[in-house]
Design a protein around this ligand. Structure first.
Ligand code: F58
Length: 839
């Protein structure tokens, strides 16, 4: 592309006319009215809430984009090392509220909108969530972008611009129904860059050619698809740094149609080709912790990785440095194995296109990449059939084989006596059909591999990646415990609590240094403070109760204990354990006399989360929850003592309402299965306690907040294997209370028993892989402790305050600083707030 640079003499005119963003209410209102009338083409007094949302967003977007431009200029001028975060998912949620808070002009907007006749809360709610992710992995990427910008790191995110994000969930007759999420109708937060395009090739064959006495491999394309960049500005909190998230959209290359076909009369097929190209970025795969080897998914991965690398290399080349400096300028982080082809693609660029020697290129490649693992579940580890890779990316398969050859040669040299080692660690699995093991390729091609919580990082070293620790030594493997951004997950989600905290922590600085929360602890005994704290929690519960009433018709009492489990529905996360526990509670209540019942603590069990469309068992779990709710909620013996709610379509914006309203939340995965979890952090940070297993980040949360402030239960990860073995080979007796629950389901109390027979059989007959029965007793007992603790409200609140005061560790700012120091070797770029032209 041609760089249009304005000559010196004309620059004065540009500077004279530079854009000044609004800073006060009047300026803001002017911008809103201008956007309503011109950009949206609505007449002055014809403005509804959607138009008010659009115009407000456009006003803030204008502001962000000037900051974005300057940030990019500054980063280009300083030419320091940049971080590239490659993630197939960015679960961003809504942007407007976040933009207003980060830019610091929310009050201005609030007053301005009020004068124009709107309530800011209603305006903010008009925005459709940007839901380009499944769950924790995608949301982590979004939190990381927020922290990277806030900490002034020169960083870019690269992802795919899906036309359809994660599906919308509807509950019909108690069953999940999926509805497409078409979210792009009007999206003021993206900038199409029709001039930033990359041609991506697929299929074809590899030919050898001799150029200047050297034999090189040339990949002749079979199909070309164009990648078009869409940029999303990422504002930092209380800093002008505004980074970029670049999302690629697919388009038929060579303009709209294949004109040759078109002119030869084959109109339909030329349109079909175009459609086929656009399919690549059409839809986000909705699987959570399950990989299915679909060709289109592999196409998505290569399309996105190739476009991103082309962009990164293009940017690097502008500085005219030698290739050996590449790792000093570029750090690329692989968010799970989905972008692992980037390793192969960079090796291909360096060897085939730039003409570097293999070893030299490989040194550059491995110094550039870092790989983050998010799971030990075998069904979630990515593998691609060799034949599929061969067909779609013939040159890449050759390179993968060469990488594997050199790797195995070095292993053989180091472990000459362990013949089986080569089979175990080979990037190619010698199965029928042969498979490419993407995690192994990612390890071999990176200089650091990290897990996302201490237990998880230890587990990967002792189980799935054990051999690689032997081969590379332990230093290649590290831990970066996950975190969350306190800007969205406290300040934005829970403004009143954030304000109360600020009043005790010397202002809003804690939002940038979350360890400052520790100042709260000295106020724990303050009666007035506790009272205000409790009032805010209650108000948040009232807000959720209203949402429950509006969406399900069920009236819940906000004075009840709100018990929440919201996350993707998965057997390993054990929503089935929760609902079996709820049934147990229901049966106990039913067995009581009216007098006994009067002494019980009222509870609302709240569930939410999506099941992957093809995950039948997860859908059965949703159905059971709804079936139990249908019976319990209308049982007059029970009344307020127990309500069971399933919240439809759990997503980021709903999480922002739900987290502040929980008294206790459930993080109850089978020990050793949840890599980290991040909603556990969100709930505690919002003044809720948690019940959980010794799994993922629960362990570190316990260490930070203290054992007396968390309800832990269940078997430990080191016992899981033995228990499973005993189920299969020994005698397997089911917990007697759980047995009663099963019998009640089988009696038909909650509808046709047959609907739930597979869930029961999984425990009774099929080895209870997730240890539901083994943990049931401990789970029930611990819930009784929760009830008892909740009765003493004063102490409960004290536990909540103490916990929040000790949550400083779990900010994603801490994560980013750890990645920067341990893995990326990058530094923030200081910002001079007063210099308009950047550097
Ligand atoms: C999640 N993984 C982990 N994967 O389950 C969770 O423990 C962790 O806190 C979080 O990552 C962040 O590290 C996860 O969300 C997916 O959704 C993948 C989507 C693509 C297919 C494979 C699963």
């Amino acid at each position: 592309s041609v760089e249009a640079s304005i000559p010196e003499p004309q620059r004065e005119a540009w500077k004279r006319n530079q854009i000044t963003s609004f800073t006060d209410k009047d300026g803001f209102e002017k911008e809103v009215v201008r956007h309503v009338e011109t950009t949206l083409a609505r007449s002055m007094f014809n403005c509804d809430e959607i138009a008010a949302y659009s115009a407000t967003s456009l006003a803030f977007r204008d502001r962000l984009i000037t900051h974005w431009n300057r940030t990019q200029q500054r980063q280009t001028y300083r030419d320091t090392k940049r971080v590239y975060y490659l993630s197939l998912e960015f679960l961003m949620g809504r942007a407007l509220d976040n933009a207003m808070l980060n830019v610091g002009l929310k009050n201005v907007a609030q007053d301005g909108l009020a004068e124009l006749g709107f309530r800011i809360e209603d305006v903010v709610k008009q925005e459709h969530d940007a839901a380009l992710g499944n769950g924790g992995l995608g949301r982590l990427a979004a939190c990381f972008l927020d922290s990277l910008a806030t900490l002034n790191f020169p960083a870019w995110g690269y992802g795919l611009r899906y036309r359809y994000g994660i599906f919308k969930q509807e509950i019909i007759d108690g069953y999940q129904v999926e509805v497409p999420d078409y979210w792009l109708d009007f999206n003021p937060w993206e900038f199409p860059r029709h001039d930033v395009t990359v041609d991506i090739q697929f299929f074809g064959q590899v030919n050898k050619k001799t150029v200047g006495g050297k034999t090189i491999s040339v990949w002749e394309a079979g199909e070309i698809v164009q990648a078009v960049a869409y940029d999303v500005p990422i504002p930092g909190y209380d800093t002008p740094t505004t980074n970029n998230l670049r999302l690629w959209s697919s388009k038929a290359s060579g303009g709209e149609f294949d004109f040759q076909k078109f002119n030869s009369g084959d109109y339909e097929s030329s349109v079909a080709d175009q459609q086929r190209a656009e399919t690549i970025s059409a839809v986000l795969y909705p699987n959570d912790n399950l990989e299915r080897g679909k060709e289109l998914r592999l196409k998505q991965q290569y399309f996105w990785v190739a476009a991103s690398l082309y962009d990164i290399v293009r940017r690097f080349k502008k500085s005219r440095r030698s290739w050996n400096e590449f790792p000093d300028q570029v750090a690329i982080q692989l968010n799970d194995t989905h972008p692992t082809l980037a390793i192969v693609e960079l090796q291909r660029i360096l060897v085939d296109i730039e003409g570097l020697e293999w070893d030299n290129a490989w040194e550059i490649v491995t110094s550039t990449f870092g790989y983050t693992n998010h799971t030990v579940l075998p069904e979630a580890l990515e593998k691609w059939p060799v034949g599929l890779v061969q067909h779609l990316l013939p040159r890449h398969l050759q390179i993968i084989y060469d990488i594997n050859l050199f790797f195995l040669q070095s292993v053989e040299k180091a472990f000459p006596d362990d013949r089986d080692m080569l089979r175990r660690v080979s990037i190619i699995e010698e199965s029928q059909p042969k498979m490419v093991r993407m995690a192994f390729l990612a390890i071999v091609g990176s200089h650091k591999v990290n897990g996302v919580a201490e237990l998880h990082s230890d587990l990967i070293k002792t189980t799935i990646f054990k051999d690689f620790v032997e081969i590379y030594g332990p230093d290649k493997f590290t831990n970066v415990t996950n975190g969350i951004t306190p800007r969205r997950w406290l300040h934005q989600a829970n403004p009143r609590l954030s304000e109360l905290i600020a009043s005790k922590c010397g202002g809003n600085d804690f939002l940038k240094d979350l360890t400052l929360l520790n100042q709260l602890e000295k106020h724990v005994e303050d009666k007035q403070f506790r009272k205000e704290w409790a009032e805010i929690k209650y108000a948040n519960k009232v807000r959720l109760a209203k949402h429950i009433k509006d969406t399900t018709g069920v009236v819940v009492n906000p004075a009840s204990l709100f018990d929440v489990q919201v996350k993707r529905i998965h057997e390993y996360k054990r929503q089935q354990l929760n609902i079996f526990g709820v049934i147990h509670r229901y049966l106990s209540l039913k067995a009581m006399t009216p007098d006994q019942r009067k002494k019980q603590l009222p509870r609302v069990s709240i569930f939410g989360g999506k099941a992957a469309p093809g995950y039948w068992m997860a859908k059965q779990i949703i159905h059971l929850i709804n079936s139990v709710g249908a019976v319990v909620n209308k049982d007059e013996d029970i009344g307020d003592l127990l309500k069971v709610i399933f919240l439809e379509d759990y997503n980021v914006s709903k999480a922002e309402m739900i987290c502040p309203a929980s008294d206790i939340s459930e993080h109850i995965s089978t020990a050793g299965t949840e890599a980290s979890g991040t909603s556990n952090m969100k709930f505690v940070l919002n003044g809720g306690l948690i019940i959980g297993t010794c799994d993922g980040a629960n362990i570190e949360i316990t260490r930070e907040i203290g054992e007396s402030n968390i309800f832990l239960f269940g078997n430990l990860s080191e016992d899981v294997e033995d228990l499973r073995h005993a189920h299969t080979y020994g005698s397997h007796t089911i917990d007697s209370d759980l047995d009663k629950v099963f019998n009640e389901i089988e009696k038909g109390t909650f509808g046709t028993p047959h609907d739930f027979s597979a869930m029961i059989a999984a425990v009774r007959q099929h080895g209870d892989y997730y240890l539901v029965s083994d943990d049931f007793h401990s789970y029930i007992e611990t819930h009784q402790l929760v009830d008892e603790a909740y009765r003493n409200q004063d102490e409960w609140i004290a536990k909540c305050i103490t916990s929040v005061s000790r949550m400083g560790f779990f900010t994603s700012d801490r994560c980013i600083n750890e990645y920067a120091e341990e893995i990326w070797n990058v530094e923030p770029l200081a910002v001079d707030r007063h210099s308009i032209w950047g550097p």
